[in-house]
Design a protein around this ligand. Structure first.
Ligand code: ADP
Length: 305
């Protein structure tokens, strides 16, 4: 199996990075574990930037953020992959209108589903494509979840990408831990919250979690941040105001932006046409565009450095 996995990637020793931890077998590492680690590494090192989208709890808009950032990057002409490993709530297929797609592949790899955006394309893989029933994963235990996440990272034939956006399961449990550990040298995490204290508390834990696993925090996004009445223009802070921004300041991490509650976000999500593409003039789409721009700037600064 491990040797098979290796055949799916390219030869790990051919990349020439003498400092790569996957070059040599570690003490006490079994041959099979070593080959698996190399296979994962050789897949990941074809991807220049890896961005992990995290949230303290479900329902705050993490998948919506992951999808819109990935599509915005693809629309900017980048080669982008979107990986949905939210085992208990894989919503990416629905948000991109590709649910029910049969995933093809060959003996050693799965081929991502291609979704076109103008001149760009998004390569998508979701755990949702492979579950027969949405509730199939309910009985999975920790090690099984870890292995499924590992297989998704290692066995999907992404090819060379500029960005891989990973929609991680919410919280700070086994699954996000697996994602953070398996993706070595990730650019970092984008942490999504809503403004109210109960959500912000969870996201504080998320930032502490990132520090523990040495995953840089690229920044915090406050989603569902106020609703502008279409009749009178008054901004109603349904979930309170500025909790995400205040938390980011307090924790010393960047604040990336506030996305308002907009019915267009729900409609576009339900119809599988992300707002950045279907409603580019909306406030939400503009904020997503600015955040994607920040990621691009950061990416080019990193390359220059
Ligand atoms: P999560 O991945 O955190 O569970 P989702 O991205 O699936 O959350 O979003 C949950 C629901 O909230 C979806 O119906 C989505 O359309 C809606 N939603 C997300 N962000 C917004 C927003 N800014 N305005 C209105 N609805 C939103």
């Amino acid at each position: 199996m491990a040797a098979d996995a290796m055949k799916g990637g390219k030869d790990c020793k051919s990349c020439g990075d003498m400092n790569c931890a996957a070059r040599e077998k570690q003490p006490n590492e079994r041959e099979e574990e070593f080959l698996e680690r190399q296979a994962l590494q050789s897949r990941m090192c074809q991807i220049e930037h890896k961005v992990i989208v995290l949230s303290g709890k479900g329902g705050v808009g993490k998948s919506t953020v992951a999808v819109n950032l990935a599509v915005a990057l693809a629309m900017a002409g980048k080669r982008v992959g979107l990986l949905d490993v939210d085992i208990h709530g894989p919503s990416v297929p629905k948000l991109l209108h590709v649910e029910g797609t049969m995933v093809s592949g060959h003996e050693h790899a799965l081929l991502p589903v291609q979704v076109e955006y103008g001149s760009g394309a998004l390569s998508v893989m979701s755990i949702g494509f492979l579950l027969r029933e949405r509730d199939d994963a309910v009985i999975w235990r920790g090690p099984m979840k870890y292995n499924v996440i590992k297989q998704f990272l290692r066995d999907v034939e992404w090819g060379a990408l500029d960005y891989l956006v990973v929609d991680s399961p919410p919280g700070t449990g086994d699954e996000p831990l697996a994602v953070a550990q398996l993706i070595e040298k990730a650019d970092g995490a984008v942490v999504v919250t809503t403004p109210q204290e109960v959500a912000v508390q969870d996201v504080r834990r998320c930032v502490v979690f990132c520090r523990h696993v040495q995953l840089p925090v690229l920044g915090v996004i406050e989603n569902m941040s106020g609703y502008t009445c279409p009749k009178c223009g008054e901004v109603v802070r349904i979930f309170g105001g500025d909790g995400g921004r205040a938390m980011a300041e307090e924790m010393g991490v960047p604040f990336l932006g506030a996305i308002p509650i907009e019915p267009e976000v729900v409609v576009s999500g339900d119809s599988g046409a992300p707002v950045v593409q279907s409603k580019p003039q909306s406030e939400a789409a503009q904020v997503f565009g600015r955040i994607a721009g920040m990621l691009l700037e950061r990416g080019s600064a990193k390359r220059t450095a």
